[in-house]
Design a protein around this ligand. Structure first.
Ligand code: ZN
Length: 117
């Protein structure tokens, strides 16, 4: 119980910063599903000497088609180039905006029968 108390007990909510992870945002070519993929800097990236390389097969949760990608990163973990088949990369901003738009559309569909005040 002490652990839960620590988790949910008052105090300022601290923003969790994931220093170990890098996030990639991919859209499936086949069904349009957006996927957020986390790569662990220590375990998922291969050191190439001047930077890093990330090999990944991404599977979305709708059509389960495989999206293959190879991403090149510089020493600061910034994407410098990528190859992808079966999908395409989008920016975090695009991902968040699209998620937001989906949420809005859902809300509007739900309140369709109601009169807005
Ligand atoms: Zn798909």
């Amino acid at each position: 119980m002490g652990f839960l108390k620590k988790l949910f007990g008052g105090g300022e909510p601290k923003k969790y910063v994931d220093k170990q992870g890098i996030y990639f945002y991919v859209v499936c070519d086949n069904c349009g599903t957006r996927v957020r993929v986390r790569a662990d800097k220590q375990h998922d990236l291969q050191n190439t000497g001047s930077g890093y390389e990330w090999h990944k097969t991404i599977v979305d949760s709708r059509c389960f088609r495989r999206i293959h990608t190879v991403v090149q990163l510089d020493a600061n973990h910034q994407m410098t180039s990528h190859e992808i088949t079966g999908g395409r990369f989008i920016t975090e901003e695009e991902y968040v905006a699209a998620e937001e738009a989906d949420k809005q559309a859902k809300l509007e569909a739900e309140s369709d029968s109601e009169e807005a005040a």
